[in-house]
Design a binder for this molecule. Structure first.
Ligand SMILES: Cc1cc2nc3c(=O)[nH]c(=O)nc-3n(C[C@H](O)[C@H](O)[C@H](O)COP(=O)(O)O)c2cc1C
Length: 347
């Protein structure tokens, strides 16, 4: 599938909701890789604008990623206790916790508007995170000539992806930054490393396997290809590119000693995700309370972060990063692509 797309280099810039921009994705695609947009946290009009912009900036393929989580199981008591646990942080910002929380964005599983928008714009690739949509949606996207990829963190998820007729499996290891793509966040997690997961999936499936998690340079990409991966998907490596939407505080944290400490935690959004350890994470963990369900818990973080940022406090927002964060380099995306290719020995 990746050969059909005409990629000149087997590098996928990871879809990163809130961080990847049309300019970043188009620059990576123009450099011969596959640029991606994450629209999981965008409204349909916002997503349409981003995809249209990226497709106007490059004639090369781009990937659009959607979130396929099960709708939140709301529990008023858990949400109330969670807001109570966060009350001291809201108080620091001179505010009360909100009276209640909302499911900040819908799941693609039931989002007909998002499906119609994708069928209308027809990006070359659509990828799924947190699960798979139903057969009818998959068939509609395929009939429109769109190639499909989906994240797997274990063998059962990869098997489901293969059975659903998806074109490539993104093998997401425990090292990865951002949300872990596990289909069921409450299931036991084997926490496979990228290298082990890639080897298992290459031996088990005929589909192309894309290695994701902890890959930060050309040497890492080369190693993933040696393990049998068809391509490598890099997220954290692209956050410091000037074309990303990361704000100054995020960039500062990622270039500080703090980047060496990341944690997979559900306290930010309600689902396991790897972030640089911030004061929010330390406070939330110390509270001992279970977070509200995904993405309801994220609503609390977004509100708190907006209040805190207005006061110059950047310790409460999402600072997703993989274990390789200390290896991130600040350089324009085109230069990073050239550097990665040169390190791989492919340029
Ligand atoms: C800031 C950030 C945002 C992310 N957002 C998404 C997303 O919207 N959709 C998705 O499928 N994966 C997302 N991921 C996970 C990536 O697809 C990929 O698995 C991960 O970046 C690979 O690990 P690395 O960060 O060590 O390269 C995100 C990762 C980061 C760092």
């Amino acid at each position: 599938m990746l050969q059909d797309l005409g990629l000149r280099t087997p590098i996928i810039q990871a879809p990163m909701a809130g961080v990847a921009t049309p300019v970043l994705a188009a620059t990576v695609s123009d450099a011969g890789g596959l640029g991606s947009l994450g629209i999981g946290s965008s409204t349909v009009p916002q997503a349409r604008a981003m995809i249209t912009q990226a497709m106007a900036l490059t004639a090369r393929p781009i990937n659009v990623n959607v979130f396929c989580h099960q709708p939140a199981q709301r529990d008023a008591q858990v949400e109330r206790r969670w807001l109570d646990a966060l009350a001291p942080l809201f108080a620091e910002c001179g505010a009360q916790p909100p009276a209640d929380l909302t499911e900040v964005y819908p799941t693609f599983l039931h989002d007909d508007d998002a499906l119609r928008m994708l069928l209308d714009l027809r990006p070359a690739v659509v990828s799924f995170h947190f699960g798979l949509p139903d057969a009818a949606r998959i068939a509609a996207l395929k009939d429109a000539g769109i190639r499909l990829m989906a994240s797997a963190t274990n063998l059962a998820e990869a098997d489901a992806i293969g059975a659903a007729g998806i074109d490539a499996i993104v093998a997401q290891g425990i090292e990865a930054g951002g949300h872990r793509g596990m289909f069921d966040p409450d299931a036991a997690d084997e926490r496979f490393s990228t290298s082990v997961l890639v080897r298992m999936l290459v031996r088990r499936h005929h589909l192309p396997v894309v290695a994701a998690g902890g890959i930060m340079d050309g040497q890492g990409i080369r190693a993933a290809l040696d393990l049998g991966a068809a391509a490598a998907q890099l997220g954290t490596a692209f956050i410091l590119c000037p074309e990303s939407a990361a704000d100054a505080a995020y960039r500062a944290l990622l270039t500080s000693e703090a980047a060496g400490q990341t944690r997979l935690t559900a306290v930010m959004s309600g689902r396991p995700a790897r972030s640089i350890v911030t004061r929010f994470i330390r406070h939330a963990n110390a509270s001992g309370q279970s977070p509200a369900a995904y993405p309801v818990a994220y609503d609390a973080v977004k509100r708190l972060d907006a209040l805190a940022k207005a006061q110059g406090n950047a310790e409460f927002g999402a600072r997703w990063a993989g274990q390789g964060a200390p290896l991130a380099r600040a350089m324009p995306a085109a230069d990073l692509m050239a550097t990665l290719a040169q390190e791989m020995g492919a340029a």
